[in-house]
Write a protein that binds this ligand. Structure first.
Ligand code: NAD
Length: 334
């Protein structure tokens, strides 16, 4: 497996995650590589060739946050990784870990299309008179093949993970072609799964945003296009306490990369106080991806027990523990 500790708090939360994986005897043989600012410093490229070659070989990576260098025209290494390995599905689970929050018993999985839509970056300005930015134009691209692929991924995931319903989220009343095609392909794919017990409904994105806040238990799985998925997956993370404990998987036919949703947190980097929970949960997703549900379950249970007890948790979770103390408590709970 490829391991990219990343920037800022990345190496700290990676070390914690490796300690937890070792404690459950997870059988990973890591190839450690650099990316982000660390890649730029070591190899003059935020996504060095050696890192790409390693993922091409291992097809599986655990990645810490990568800072995007400011200036110099560097594109985000995260976006480059998605494109390089055609990581078309972004999988974002949101589960209640801490009771007594605003919402109890949330267990939602959002599947976001990761390569198409309005994020293809077809944008330009039209200058008028003295104003170089008088008009801004952006186009989105959705394909039938891309719509079928992401919807099939969502429904297959539903079957394999014993979920019950998939909600197709769109804006086909206004963006009739761009998101209408996504809806059309979703409805088509859903027909193949009705007999397998997976229900399907569709919902306009604005109504979905309201319903997620009013009654999140209505939903089981959501599948949607790139921009809507970006926004709604953060909304879902907010329902269960924010980004501190939010993991994500970027999954394609040829590779899968698991990561924490948060960034490199430069304000607390090097202080030893970062919460490693999100990367630990990303490692659990990686274990699930490898059908090692037993180890993933054990880690989630131990992490939840420590967080619920609330005695040895990091500051962002309302405690006073540092990264090492939090990690040791999880290992002890294992
Ligand atoms: P951020 O997520 O790094 O930080 C936002 C706030 O949350 C900060 O106050 C930070 O201290 C806190 N925080 C984040 N993770 C934490 C953790 N594990 N424990 C405790 N506190 C935590 O977002 P930002 O400041 O907007 O971005 C910083 C850098 O990270 C930027 O260069 C950005 O491009 C990059 N980034 C990378 C990824 C990724 O690699 N997936 C995602 C988001 C941002």
């Amino acid at each position: 497996m490829t391991l990219i500790p990343g920037d800022g708090i990345g190496p700290e939360v990676t070390e914690a995650t490796l300690a937890v994986l070792e404690a459950v005897g997870a059988p990973f043989d890591w190839e450690e590589h650099k990316a982000g600012m660390a890649g730029l410093a070591a190899a003059g490229d935020p996504l060095p060739k050696a890192t790409i070659e390693s993922i091409r070989k291992t097809r599986l990576a655990l990645k810490g946050p990568l800072a995007t260098p400011v200036g110099g025209g560097f594109r985000s290494s995260n976006v480059r990784l998605r494109e390089e390995f055609h990581l078309y599905a972004n999988l974002r689970p949101a589960r209640t870990l801490i009771p007594g929050g605003r919402y109890e018993k949330i267990d939602l999985v959002l599947v976001r299309e990761n390569l198409e839509g309005l994020y293809v970056g077809f944008e330009h300005y039209i200058p008028i008179g003295e104003d170089p930015h008088a008009v801004a134009i952006g186009s989105g691209v959705n394909t039938r093949a891309g719509g079928e692929r992401i919807n099939r991924f969502a429904f297959e995931y539903a079957v394999q993970n014993k979920r019950r319903k998939v909600t197709l989220v769109h804006k086909a009343n206004v963006l009739k072609a761009l998101t209408g095609l996504f809806l059309e392909t979703g409805r088509e794919v859903a027909k193949d799964y009705a007999a397998k017990g997976i229900a399907c409904e569709d919902m306009i994105v604005d109504a979905c945003a309201m319903k997620l806040v009013m009654n999140p238990w209505h939903f089981d799985m959501i599948v949607t296009t790139n921009l809507f998925g970006d926004i709604l997956s953060d909304l879902n993370a907010g329902l269960v306490g924010g980004l501190g404990m939010a993991p994500a998987g970027n999954i394609g036919k040829d590779a899968a990369i698991f990561e924490a949703v948060h960034g490199s947190a430069p304000d607390i980097a090097g202080k030893g106080i970062a919460n490693p929970g999100a990367l630990i949960l990303a490692a659990c997703m990686m274990l699930d991806h490898l059908d090692d549900h037993a180890r993933a379950g054990r880690i989630r249970k131990a992490l939840a027990a420590v967080v619920r007890e609330g005695k040895t948790v990091t500051r962002d979770l309302g405690g006073t523990a540092n990264t090492d103390q939090f990690t040791d408590a999880i290992i002890a709970a294992l």
